[in-house]
Design a protein around this ligand. Structure first.
Ligand SMILES: *Cc1c(COP(=O)(O)O)cnc(C)c1O
Length: 485
């Protein structure tokens, strides 16, 4: 035991030294002003800023300015460091000129949601701790579940992204079908070669890597051939195997292909397979009429994942899984503990912790709820419609320049390449991409189609409008003229 007077003296010393952690109002106002001045400048200049800075790739190793020390350095210094070491390198994902990978943009109102969630710091893992926060998040899950056509006892979880959502879905499927170690070598998972790489990654992490993976043949537009899927399943059953799960995509990353969901759903139902749909990229096009028509059958899935940080233009850090039968998601993830006993009598709604690997979690629903409440759904719907039309416009214009085109876009992605007269296609298309990256006002990425280098255009930022697409076309034309000279 310590002497009580000495103990109190110690407390006094450390209390004083820890005071800087609680910031008073005057200082808060100063911080707000400085921060807002930085973010306002960023947003006001954004349309003139580059979409890609070909910097930050020069040196290896830690950056001294980023190291933390015993004493603070003040916000102005911090913002300078942030600007120099973070903002002046790589892809400017907030830019409307970002047409690479899958853009999103990051609506400002979501940042307000994050700020509010962080300052008030409600514990959004357990219903008992924050019933209002959990109800808010479950309201969002309900809205999206209905959007994809689910009814009845569906449920889900707000994840950090699509990869974790896929992992959660595959885990629920494994549990629902009672797949154990001894079953693995006879268990079959069916998927397309075009599936996002986080799917095989999730299969590995969830312990299913030793299953048989059958790649379903694809049609000319990179969609699953449903008839071939059924043939595979029938064959596998005849050979004593256990067809377990089929994974389809609603918008593949490479070309934005939507698999024939209704046909796959029918087959999955008939043969008793878990049907999972990765709609990380395409899911929110359900807000548009075109999206609802190409994704017909999405409601037949046992589980669907979506990425609000793509299709709802939120900043990175929000994915979503929805499972048709909530009980199956609960069964795979619910655990109890002695120290959690107080919460047991308060389960009017399921908790995020009951349907995910997480316990303590960011109140991440607020970054989605606040923008939807503030703007309403209508402008999100309009922005998605706009992306579809911009992509069709761009496709036609790129085709008119003489490029060899990939499939007509089902959503807002397409691939293209120059078919060079000397047959040196890869190097000439790489030269075009390099030219675009060096310019930097627009960013696009590339991919491999049938093992050949292709350029790729993806339009999903809420900040991408006709102006940005026309700028892309102008730059592409200039690079094309350069390589043809
Ligand atoms: C982006 C994407 C993912 C991965 O999602 P993250 O949010 O990046 O983890 C999975 N599937 C598809 C189709 C995607 O476009």
């Amino acid at each position: 035991m310590h002497n009580l007077e000495e103990t109190k003296a110690k407390i006094e010393v450390f209390q004083q030294a820890s005071f800087p952690l609680e910031i008073g109002q005057t200082q808060r106002e100063d911080i707000h002003a400085k921060l807002h001045s930085y973010t306002d400048q960023f947003l006001n200049n954004l349309s003139e800023e580059k979409a890609f800075y070909q910097q930050g790739y020069e040196n290896r190793g830690p950056i001294p300015a980023l190291e933390v020390g015993e004493s603070g350095i003040g916000l102005p210094n911090i913002l300078n460091t942030y600007h120099e070491e973070v903002m002046q390198s790589g892809i400017n994902a907030a830019s409307g000129g970002h047409f690479g990978y899958i853009p999103g943009g990051g609506v400002f109102s979501a940042a307000i949601g994050d700020y509010l969630a962080a300052v008030t710091n409600r514990y959004a893992g357990i219903f008992y701790a924050a019933p209002g926060a959990i109800r808010l998040e479950n309201t969002l899950i309900n809205w999206v579940g209905k959007l994809i056509g689910y009814q009845g006892n569906f449920g889900g979880n707000l994840t950090t992204g699509g990869s974790i959502a896929n992992l959660t879905a595959i885990t629920a499927a494994r549990h629902a079908h009672k797949i154990k170690g001894k079953d693995l070598e006879k268990t079959v998972i069916y998927l397309s070669e075009q599936v996002h790489h986080c799917v095989p990654k999730a299969i590995r992490i969830s312990g299913l890597e030793e299953c048989i993976i059958h790649h379903i043949p694809l049609d000319a537009e990179f969609r699953i051939d449903a008839e071939k899927l059924e043939e595979l399943i029938i064959d596998d059953k005849a050979n004593g195997l256990n067809p377990f799960m089929v994974i389809a995509s609603a918008g593949t990353t490479d070309v934005g292909a939507v698999d024939p969901l209704a046909a796959i759903g029918q087959i999955a139902q008939e043969h008793g397979l878990w049907f999972h749909i990765d709609a990380a990229y395409g899911g929110f096009f359900m807000l548009t009429e075109h999206g609802r028509s190409v994704m017909k059958g999405i409601e037949m899935a046992d589980s669907v994942i979506l990425d609000p940080h793509k299709g709802l233009f939120l900043p990175y850090g929000l994915g979503m899984i929805i499972v048709k039968d909530l009980n199956k998601l609960l069964a795979a993830h619910t655990f109890e503990a002695n120290y959690m006993q107080d919460s047991k009598d308060f389960n009017l709604e399921y908790s995020p912790a009951d349907v995910s690997p997480e316990l303590s979690k960011h109140f991440r629903g607020l970054r989605m709820w606040l923008p939807l409440k503030l703007h309403g759904i209508a402008p999100f719907r309009a922005a998605l419609e706009e992306k579809l039309w911009l992509t069709r416009y761009c496709y036609q214009k790129v085709k008119e320049m003489g490029f060899e085109m990939g499939p007509y876009p089902q959503m807002s992605v397409f691939t293209f390449r120059l078919n060079a007269s000397d047959g040196n296609n890869d190097s000439i298309n790489k030269a075009i991409l390099k030219g675009i990256h060096t310019d930097g006002r627009i960013f696009i990425s590339s991919t491999q189609i049938h093992k050949q280098f292709h350029l790729r255009f993806a339009c999903l930022s809420f900040r991408s409008h006709l102006r940005e697409v026309d700028l892309f076309l102008e730059i592409l034309k200039a690079e094309l003229d350069k390589v043809l000279k």
